[in-house]
Ligand binder design. Structure first.
Ligand code: KMH
Ligand code: ZN
Length: 273
């Protein structure tokens, strides 16, 4: 089976220090945690920037600082968010693309997001996809609902994204697709042949879905953006600890872990570093 790509989603836009005291917030903290995740087996780091008071920001200069600090430490693939926080504008959300990362997220549809709405109308998708295409940035298509796969395929028809596509199924967000195995199998069966995929299970769903992805030949995302616990009632020490567990289980299962360069080759990313 193909080697396992582990993505570490280490900060997110929603989790607070009150909920998780070890949440990395400053560029230095984010870079240090990205490096720890790299050492634990992650080949991609999904990043969200924060202001020093913890507020989510899409400021490209903060993203640039984070990216440069991570790149000084290791060759992990840096994947900034164009999702930001639910209240960020399209102009804010697009900013991380201007620092020319190798990869970035692209959410292809609107959904409920807890009590909020994560808005991704056609205009947003097309603008982000066009910018990624022009800059040679590999999109990771974030799928929170089944219809988002169809929207991605419409972007393919319009020539804004091109195969092989890489999907990340974010499952268990309250208001969006539930984190069941049936739903995961269904999503996997809906994507075009030749695509790659990973799964990000929210909260207590992180580990069970990761185990299924390992067995099914998919890839895995873990980290504080999605889940702050190591097990029920016990906070994780770091996202790296969650990466380490997945890497260990996968190796035990007989599936080796991809290095960043192996992940680049699996995802057909040309190394732009
Ligand atoms: N914070 C969520 C509203 C992404 O990074 O691309 C959106 C999100 C998706 O996290
Ligand atoms: Zn994110």
């Amino acid at each position: 089976m193909e080697k396992l790509i582990i993505t570490a989603a280490i900060t997110g836009a929603e989790v607070t220090r009150e909920q998780q005291p070890n949440l990395p917030i400053t560029p230095d903290e984010i870079a240090e945690e990205a490096f720890r995740c790299f050492l634990a087996g992650a080949s991609i780091v999904h990043i969200h920037a924060r202001k020093s008071d913890g507020t989510p920001t899409q400021d490209m200069e903060v993203y640039r600082e984070i990216k440069e600090k991570i790149e000084r430490k290791c060759n992990i693939i840096v994947q900034p968010s164009t999702g930001g926080a639910v209240w960020h504008s399209i102009e804010e959300r697009i900013q991380p693309l201007y620092i020319n990362p190798e990869m970035a997220t692209l959410s292809t549809g609107t959904c409920n997001f807890g009590n909020d709405i994560f808005a991704n109308p056609q205009e947003y998708m097309e603008k982000f996809a066009m910018e990624m295409k022009n800059r040679g940035i590999k999109p990771e298509i974030e799928v929170f609902e089944r219809g988002m796969i169809e929207n991605a395929l419409r972007l393919v028809k319009k020539g804004l994204i091109s195969p092989p596509l890489h999907f990340d199924f974010v499952m268990g967000v309250p208001g969006a697709i539930p984190a069941t195995i049936n739903d995961l199998v269904y999503l996997v069966n809906c994507i075009p042949d030749g695509s790659t995929w990973s799964v990000a299970g929210i909260g207590r769903h992180e580990l069970p879905l990761a185990l299924h992805a390992i067995a099914m030949g998919g890839h895995v995302r873990v980290g504080f953006e999605d889940n702050i616990y190591y097990r029920k009632g016990e906070l994780a020490k770091s996202s790296a600890q969650l990466v380490e567990r997945v890497a260990k289980i996968s190796r035990e299962f007989g599936r080796e872990i991809a290095t960043p360069d192996e992940a680049r080759s699996i995802l057909k990313i040309r190394n732009r570093r």
